[in-house]
Design a binder for this molecule. Structure first.
Ligand code: XIL
Length: 377
């Protein structure tokens, strides 16, 4: 009850749930000119959404209008991460998430959750607590799952329960070469509980909320490179092991933080998605954005065309293979982590143009590429 009050949604659970179901329905109506991506996608039975920043929803009407017009499904970029929700042990703060949830409810958007268990966005107290040993780590995880799902259950029906559990194979394009234990990323969770922490999180989530969609989310799974193939195989073996242990799991999220310099071919991605679907799982694109290449073509139009062509290949392939949900990690080039985060920002003074809208919120070639992909073209 406390959680619902905290989210500002007390008493609205039933309504929010029935809207969420309606939001998934195929309307059968031809989309009108000027419709946003969410409407275009929905007319084909696809759910399109974006990551949002609650702070911008509150103070920037242009941003809020773009989200309203383009997306059917929202995911908080930060507000549902651990450091936002439980900054001090035992003290939950649903204020920032409540802003996003209220916006979603007012605009009749679905909301997904990101991310219950992750090695980033950990508040200062968390890693030391996990280091105290397995019993303490289990208790901390159980308390977080209980506290968060207890509060968000009426409005969030799909959570990234565990995020980025796989290690980056050696030689991958990511600067981040975190140590690995087998296929797993070495994190405070892994050190405390071994790989079983993944299963534990999924089981706790299912116990707390029987009908929640449980998603395993990760990156670097899309390209046609040896290390992306290794990571796909690692994901498949993890999923197989989880299902063999009768661990609850409903979906795999492909983050799709794409890079146009990475080779792409449809077959490896399509085969991977089909393998997951063959095991009964849904596959979502959860965080689509694009980093441009080392050598930019001259002129914005040419740059945008390269990004759009890459997106259309990847998203078109995923949709053809049965993916039914696509979220971008932000809508416009203006507000993206691609402009701020030291790991992903360009070092040549240019700014990535990896979103459907430009910095002035005008639709770009990537917007058209998504629209065409949803239309099946
Ligand atoms: C990123 C946010 O966009 C940044 O603002 C923040 O500084 C770091 O996290 N994979 C994920 C997301 O699962 O949570 C990350 O979001 C981007 C990579």
């Amino acid at each position: 009850m406390l959680g619902l009050v905290g989210l500002g949604l007390a008493g609205c659970g039933t309504r929010a749930r029935s809207q969420a179901v309606a939001g998934q329905a195929v309307t059968g109506q031809a989309p009108a000119a000027g419709d946003g991506l969410g409407v275009l996608a929905r007319s084909r039975g696809i759910s399109f959404g974006t990551a949002v920043q609650g702070e911008l929803l509150g103070r920037d009407p242009v941003y809020a209008a773009a989200v309203t017009a383009e997306a059917q499904l929202l995911v908080p970029e930060w507000e549902a991460k651990w450091d936002a929700l439980q900054p001090r042990e035992g003290e939950f703060d649903f204020g920032p998430l409540g802003i996003v949830a209220s916006f979603a409810q007012a605009q009749r958007k679905q909301l997904r959750g990101h991310a219950l268990v992750w090695h980033q966005a950990m508040p200062d107290w968390l890693a030391p607590a996990l280091a105290e040993g397995p019993a303490r780590a289990r208790a901390v995880m159980a308390a977080h799952v209980e506290g968060v799902l207890g509060a968000t259950q009426p409005v969030i029906r799909d959570w990234d329960v565990v995020n980025e559990v796989l290690a980056n194979p050696p030689g991958s394009r990511f600067t981040e070469q975190t140590p690995a234990r087998g296929i797993f990323r070495d994190t405070p969770w892994l050190r405390a509980l071994g790989p079983d922490y993944i299963e534990l999180a999924l089981r706790l989530a299912r116990e707390r909320d029987r009908t929640l969609r449980l998603t395993l989310n990760d990156y670097g799974l899309e390209g046609d490179t040896p290390w992306a193939e290794q990571k796909r195989q690692a994901m498949l073996s993890l999923v197989r092991a989880l299902l063999a242990a009768r661990c609850p799991l409903d979906a795999v999220g492909l983050q799709a933080h794409l890079q146009v310099d990475e080779p792409f071919r449809p077959e490896p991605l399509a085969g991977f998605i089909q393998a997951l679907r063959g095991m009964g799982l849904s596959v979502l694109i959860t965080e689509l954005d694009v980093r441009e290449g080392a050598n930019l073509p001259p002129g914005l139009e040419a740059r945008d065309a390269v990004v759009a062509a890459y997106v259309q290949q990847v998203v078109g392939t995923a949709l053809a293979a049965g993916c039914r949900t696509v979220l971008t990690w932000g809508l416009s080039d203006r507000d993206s982590w691609l402009l701020r985060d030291p790991d992903v920002v360009r070092r040549d003074g240019q700014q990535h143009r990896g979103h459907p809208l430009d910095a002035e919120f005008r639709r770009k070639a990537m917007w058209q590429a998504l629209a065409r992909s949803f239309a099946g073209g």
